[in-house]
Design a protein around this ligand. Sequence first.
Ligand SMILES: *Cc1c(COP(=O)(O)O)cnc(C)c1O
Length: 368
Amino acid sequence: MNNVIKTVKFRDLSVKDTKLKNELLKIFEDVLSSGQLILGQQVELFEKKIADYCKAKYAIGVSNGTSALYLALKASDIGFGDEVITTPFSWTATLNAIVMTGATPVFADIDENFNIKSSEIENKINTKTKAIVPVHYAGKLCEMSELKKICDSYQLKLIEDAAQAFGAYDKLKNCFAGNFGYAGAFSLNPMKVLNSYGDAGVVITNEKKVYDKIKKLRYLGAINQNPCEFVELNHKIDSLHAALILNSFKYLNTNITKRRKIAEFYNLCLNKYVTCPKILKHEHVVFEYIIRSDKRDELEKYLISHGIECKVRYRYLMPEQPAYRYLNFKSLKNANIIKNQVLSLPCHEKMTKRDTNYVVNKIINFFN
Ligand SMILES: *Cc1c(COP(=O)(O)O)cnc(C)c1O
């Protein structure tokens, strides 16, 4: 049987576990028979749970993570004429959300954790600068104390793209991802650590003003049948997703622990061959496990040819994409090196010991 190629999926979003499947079907039945399909009681329960978990005053459920970030920015009065400092290294949702508000993005280089580097920010600040949008890349917290200090001294709003980092926690500060600044945005899509089974997102904030405004902005700039106060599209969340996410909380801590275990095992076996990420106990939920290597392209090909699904996130910086040709951004030294070295390996709660051993052995074989 030596010629049978084993396959290891990058992610496995299928639901095969009978207990989980039955839970989800029961939730679907309950929501259907309630007749409340959008917003409503399930969404209110979900919002309370999210706010409590993150120790935030308010949470507002929305249709997806991109809308969550966009609405967090809009409700913080970011728009035309404003500049927003962010990372060049993220999924394009971050940049699209910023640009859709009308604001101009400005990019600061990244650090060894793939996150915006605080020391690269101050020389980008001018009178138009209104906000900093850090992304907790791969689920690891940015240098939040430094970012907060900069925001305080220049009176900028700190608005976190915490899409990949639900549950990441700064123990010293007793603060969860998304709750460090003015507002924080999460995606709860099926790939994220806390997930629904379709698109969903949420904003957390301690500002009543932001909460009140997003409640209006998420549905055409009006509440219920009241007159429209702001021109906005529809960003409402379905009741079903709220109920499904409430159920996902049951598995959150176990899943985070399993991911950390796999990441630690990879680190132990691979650090002689590649640059491994530092795995932190609380500050890191391992949304993705990303190694760095100068042989990245050959390694990627080798692993794929051995049935191991791995991904390069991302081959391009956000502003290098075709839609952003009009932006003139200056070359970013670290980001340009790092984008040619990163490779994300399979690292998720459905992997078996055989899977992780297989990945490790193939990588060691490659380097030998
Ligand atoms: C997933 C993700 C988003 C967007 O979330 P959606 O729910 O897919 O709209 C935004 N930013 C980052 C960093 C993400 O990983």
